[in-house]
Design a protein around this ligand. Structure first.
Ligand SMILES: NC(=O)c1ccc[n+]([C@@H]2O[C@H](COP(=O)([O-])OP(=O)(O)OC[C@H]3O[C@@H](n4cnc5c(N)ncnc54)[C@H](O)[C@@H]3O)[C@@H](O)[C@H]2O)c1
Length: 327
């Protein structure tokens, strides 16, 4: 029996793969390497399949049978909010189309367990600053919408076939479990600041008049290793009797402001940083923090790492990446 991880060659997926292998599971990765890298999966078999392609259903069904797959962790997706606003149809084709193909293959082969990478982006700009899973999802961009539609598709598949599924709504993921598995893209605050430091530029702060303690945006940063661990807990719980929920927030329940993060990066790196405040972005919530009590109660999962460990590990990974010779 093995676990199929889609997107296992990506930033988060590679951490999930490594923890699964470490827990003694057989793993097979499906990834089209559009943003992932083959060297992140080690010795684990890697099948190069584009989930959104016409051939995907057949290719996936074959992979599931060949590798005796009994559970899927579906992480593969396109994840850039701005790009999703410029190319909405393509985002739906990638993320929703990819999920549709995967679910057809899952139904055809009779796989009964699936864990899905959802996102706090499904909440949009909620009234509450600390959100629990009962807050009505209202995504404000196509990326967030594709994640919410993915959750609906799973619910429908579950009703139709008995598929047992869990959607994990990740908050702001950062850090690295191993230096070689750091996030290579400058798409979240931590790696964006690193990128600007490398180019000799000041970190940007989008608005300092939000209704927060220091006026800058507050988010819930979760260590990628803790997040990866939540997938193992979610997989185990799919076999537990009397499951009550199919959706869980994954966060720490603790908010950090943009200035907190920049200050911490300056301390860890030893580089003085003078942030430059520019106009706030439309649609950016002042504060978005997870109520993470449901996942603690049901799955026994809690974040073990705080902001200091997130930034120290991310910095070590960034140093390692920039010192590697380019090929
Ligand atoms: N990074 C975050 O802060 C964050 C927050 C919330 C949710 N998520 C979700 O977590 C997941 C992983 O994010 P990540 O940060 O590791 O991104 P990533 O880009 O590093 O990983 C995505 C992986 O999926 C693969 N992929 C993309 N489209 C594919 C397709 N059509 N077919 C096959 N493989 C495909 C990519 O090659 C890559 O390896 C995504 O679903 C994302 O929406 C991430």
């Amino acid at each position: 029996m093995s676990v199929l991880v889609t997107g296992g060659a990506g930033y988060i997926g590679a951490h999930v793969v490594r923890l699964l292998v470490g827990s003694g599971r057989e793993v097979v990765v499906v990834d089209d390497l559009s943003t992932g890298a083959a060297d992140r999966v080690g010795d684990v078999p890697l099948l190069r399949i584009d989930l959104a392609s016409d051939e995907a259903i057949g290719d996936l069904a074959r992979a599931i049978r060949t590798h005796d797959v009994d559970a899927v962790v579906h992480i593969a997706a396109k994840k850039q909010v701005g790009e999703s606003m410029q190319r909405p149809a393509w985002y739906y084709r990638q993320n929703v189309g990819g999920m549709a193909n995967l679910l057809e293959a899952v139904q055809e082969t009779g796989v009964e367990r699936l864990v899905f990478s959802s996102s706090a982006a499904v909440y949009g700009v909620p009234d509450a600053t600390v959100v629990d899973e009962s807050v009505e999802p209202a995504p404000i961009n196509p990326y967030g919408a594709t994640k919410l539609v993915g959750e609906w598709m799973l619910a429908d598949a579950g009703r139709a076939t008995g598929l047992r599924h869990t959607s994990l709504r990740y908050f702001n993921v950062a850090g690295a479990g191993w230096p070689e598995l750091g996030d290579p893209e400058a798409l979240n605050l931590v790696t964006i600041v690193f990128d600007r430091m490398a180019r000799g530029l000041r970190p940007l702060v989008y608005g300092d008049t939000h209704a927060t303690a220091d006026g800058t945006g507050v988010r819930d940063y979760v260590h990628v290793l803790d997040l990866a661990d939540a997938h193992l807990a979610a997989l185990d719980q799919l076999d537990a009797p009397g499951r009550r929920h199919a959706v869980y927030n994954v966060g720490t329940g603790i908010g950090a402001s943009v200035l907190d993060v920049i200050r911490r990066i300056s301390e860890v790196s030893g580089v003085p940083l003078e942030p430059e405040v520019i106009a706030a972005r439309a649609g950016d919530p002042a504060e978005l923090v997870a109520d993470a009590s449901r996942i603690a109660d049901d799955l026994g999962w809690r974040a073990r790492h705080g902001l200091d460990e997130i930034i120290a590990s991310a910095w070590a990974a960034d140093r390692a990446r920039r010192s590697r010779p380019h090929d």
